[in-house]
Design a protein around this ligand. Structure first.
Ligand code: NAP
Length: 251
């Protein structure tokens, strides 16, 4: 077996690109997948966390962090081109980068709406666009989008977030059909309440209430969503699926 720093090792491994890999669910995917793939994680603001994750995992496999603002087409183009230069191809894509905002619709500005869609929808579009061409040519590839339970059910005071997450379910299901003849699968996970920085805005009391409203009685862990993502990335006959990872729902 060639050493993990050798070129032979690099080119025999498939490459997994993870947006939102600096923190939360995306970072959990990297931790679970290290050693099985060359991993490229994208960060925007959390360079330190991305680098710390790379250091932590570097003894187990190949992982590198690349700057990318997914809401900018140019930034996505530059990042994907750097990943391709380093690893040669991208076999698997996990789009986990996302933002959330809790606001009454009546107070929601056009700028709030645009920001939400720029990251949560445009970001997924730009990444897919840059990565899918190689996959379609090679007739092989797998993509997973991280949507949300609210993309399916809608959430009060999270209309822009819910709409953005519904949009990528539609995109994923459509691309599953369009890409299937070329052997490229596209699936979506819809997490419920997961214990990451995204839930930091909630008070302890609110989180307790949320946990009590979930049939399994607790928030999910990033690792539990990562397991579902990896399962879908590696499956062979699942495409166009929307997999809830939500402890039974939020009521
Ligand atoms: P998180 O811990 O807040 O992490 C968000 C990630 O998105 C970070 O890595 C962040 O990177 C990245 N990101 C945000 N804006 C970006 C941009 N413009 N360009 C590049 N990267 C950007 O949240 P999380 O819980 O892991 O969320 C991951 C995904 O799961 C999101 O799409 C979220 O909507 C979805 N989700 C989460 C929950 C939950 O309860 N946590 C539930 C359902 C769905 P930097 O820090 O480097 O900027």
């Amino acid at each position: 077996m060639p050493g993990i720093n050798s070129l032979a090792y690099l080119y025999t491994m498939e490459t997994l690109l993870i947006s939102g890999g600096s923190r939360g669910i995306g970072a959990a995917v990297a931790k679970l997948a290290i050693g099985k793939y060359n991993i490229a994680i994208l960060y925007k603001n959390s360079k330190d966390k991305a680098e710390a994750l790379c250091n932590e995992l570097s003894t187990k496999g190949v992982i590198e962090a690349f700057y990318c603002d997914v809401s900018s087409e140019q930034s996505v183009k530059e990042a994907v081109s750097k990943v391709l230069k380093r690893f040669g191809k991208i076999d698997k894509l996990c789009c986990s980068a996302g933002i959330a905002q809790s606001k009454m619709f009546i107070d929601l500005t056009a700028e709030d709406w645009r920001n939400m869609f720029a990251t949560n929808v445009d970001g997924v579009y730009y990444l897919t666009k840059q990565v899918c061409e190689g996959m379609l040519e090679r007739k092989s590839g797998s993509i997973v989008y991280v949507s949300s339970i609210w993309g399916e059910e809608g959430a009060s005071m999270e209309s822009a977030y819910s709409a953005s997450k519904a949009a990528i379910i539609g995109l994923g299901k459509s691309l599953a059909k369009e890409f299937a003849p070329n052997g490229v699968r596209v699936n979506v996970v819809t997490p419920g309440a997961i214990d990451t920085d995204m839930m930091k805005g909630y008070s302890k009391e609110d989180l307790k209430e949320v946990a009590e409203s979930i049939p399994l009685g607790r928030l999910g862990e990033a690792k539990e969503v990562a397991e579902a993502i990896l399962f879908l990335l590696e499956s062979s006959y699942i495409t166009g699926a929307v997999l809830p990872v939500n402890g039974g729902g939020i009521f």
